[in-house]
Design a protein around this ligand. Sequence first.
Ligand SMILES: [Zn+2]
Length: 328
Amino acid sequence: MNARSTIRLVVSVDTEEEGLWNVGFPVRNNTTTNLRGLARFQALCERHGMPPTYLVTAPVLDDEQAVAEMSKWQQESRCEVGAHCHPWCNPPIVAEQVSSRESYLSNLPRELQYEKLAWLTDAIADRMGVRPTSFRAGRYGFSFVTARCLIQLGYTVDSSHLPLFAYPEDGGPDFRMHARLPHRLVDSSKPGSLIEIPVTTGFTRPGYELRRRIYQQTRQPIPRKLRLAGIADRLGIARRVKLSPEGTQTDDLKQLISAGVRDGLQTLVLMLHSSSLVAGCSPYCASEADFERFLSRLDSCLGFARTEFQAEGVTLTQAAVEIDQMLD
Ligand SMILES: [Zn+2]
């Protein structure tokens, strides 16, 4: 990949109903009170010149105020609206009860994945007036089958990969060995490809590959090694961090950004859930005090990327267009 002088930062929001955190996978009657926090968040991002990418689920499209706000911002090039699939509450609904395993889109049959994605894509185009081109799977439930469906539906960028993380307990994806740099997911059977821009994860110090090996070694299921994992984390030798102000301290976020840039990462993807944007709607912001601390971490993080690395805010699709050219 050719070098680029400026760091890009994508601020991405899984924009969704608040149901997931407390009552499993509710199929119907989902509420979207948390979306009342969008305007304040949008203003914070704009103060940093960073247009957010809102990846929206099906229930969000029934919230008239949120649809009106996001469509207006998108029309004025102040944000991008992409898609986020929570298969349990995304038509066509084929089951009234959904298991944890079935909550991952990637575990569903190909036809059903396609039908749900096609419904969501058309519904976003209809409500927002623009067809979405960016995507993130709910609970990161993404596979090559999902990628093929997205290419068929005209998407150009996915951000469902979460390197270093895995969810094997309930049949979820395993991204422990996945690349952290953006790359093309090519469908060899048909024309077209999708740019994958993973959510930024890493460590608080540079030397990603070495630290990834240490991290994995110390996580082997041997009690003695579990103690080593704790020591490696406390000493900062291999402290795994996701670029999200949800539950991660400001210093760790800043160190992750610095380490990532030093390791050659040119496009950073920060993620958060819309349910963190109103106190009481997510476990990350249970109280007003938690919420204010969350906003302050987000503010510091965006400010740090901007002042230390002259990071420029772009949406997922804008980032993918640039990456596509650089990969040629
Ligand atoms: Zn989600």
